[in-house]
Ligand binder design. Structure first.
Ligand code: KIV
Length: 274
């Protein structure tokens, strides 16, 4: 027997086109954020399809109040780490604030850096005004995921992290934006914090999959910030984020026990006299 036949089968890599195929087959897409190699490895073992190196890392990991201070270098650092931990999952890297809005050539150069460092795709915020940028990125071989509804990089304009597209006029504009992104070549769109019936309508109208966060159950997939889903962010987690564990409480209790044992001499255990 050839020894290679004894190796476990290599996990099959997920590419952007597969998300479109999943929508056509009616299979839901499971996406979570990951910011480092260890978490990427664990989430991939759990069968997560898409790992988003979100610029939310600025708020969750780096302690900023918004995502605006996150730099391209920050995103490259974390994208590299995630790509070292994951082999099967599709890796999507957020383009940070001002790395794609100034000009199309700058957007291509910056997206290209993220791709060179391990991303399989980039995500950018915004609708029709980003269509030309999306089209050019796709032309040069960079798959793009769009992001509509609450765009955290625009919180100063929208007045905080609140639900979007609540009027008929805003809902109509969001549907037009979604079509503009699809026509420009985006392979998927995140819909963040919009009414459930609007997310359902957008999902029904598009050929490409929608991935919801605070947008109800009818999107083609769902995404959460992994630390929200793991119960590590306490009150900072948005109300729609279901907690699948209480790791924050577990960490505090474990660290407290460790500190007590160190102080009382319980750890390390006493060496037995020989
Ligand atoms: O940065 C991020 O984590 C995101 C998700 C909220 C979709 O963009």
């Amino acid at each position: 027997m050839n020894v290679n036949e004894m190796k476990p089968a290599e996990p099959k890599k997920i590419w952007p086109q597969q998300l479109i195929d999943m929508k056509q087959r009616g299979e839901k897409i499971a996406m979570l954020t990951a910011y480092d190699a260890l978490m990427a490895r664990l989430l991939e073992q759990a069968g997560i399809d898409v790992l988003l190196v979100g610029d939310s890392l600025g708020m969750v990991l780096l302690g900023y109040a918004t995502t605006l201070p996150v730099t391209l270098e920050d995103m490259i650092h974390h994208t590299r780490a995630v790509s070292r931990g994951a082999r099967r999952a599709l890796i999507v890297a957020d383009m940070p604030f001002l790395s794609y809005q100034v000009s199309v050539p700058e957007a291509i150069r910056n997206a290209g850096r993220l791709m060179q460092e391990g991303a399989n795709s980039v995500k950018i915020e915004g609708g029709r005004h980003m269509a030309e940028t999306v089209a050019r990125l796709v032309e040069v071989g960079i798959p793009v995921m769009g992001h509509l509804g609450l765009n955290p990089q625009s919180v100063n304009q929208t007045g905080g992290f609140r639900k979007q597209a609540r009027t008929k006029e805003d809902a109509r504009r969001l549907i037009e934006d979604a079509h503009a992104l699809e026509q420009a070549g985006a392979y998927s769109i995140v819909l963040e914090s919009i009414p459930e019936d609007l997310a359902r309508d957008v999902t029904a109208e598009l050929r490409i999959p929608t991935i919801g966060i605070g947008a109800g159950p009818d999107c083609d997939g769902q995404v959460l910030v992994c630390y929200d889903a793991l119960g590590m962010t306490g009150d900072a987690a948005p109300s729609f984020a279901k907690r699948y564990a209480q790791l924050g409480a577990e960490i505090i209790a474990s660290a407290r026990r460790y500190a007590e044992e160190v102080r009382e001499g319980g750890f390390p255990a006493q060496r037995r006299a020989s």
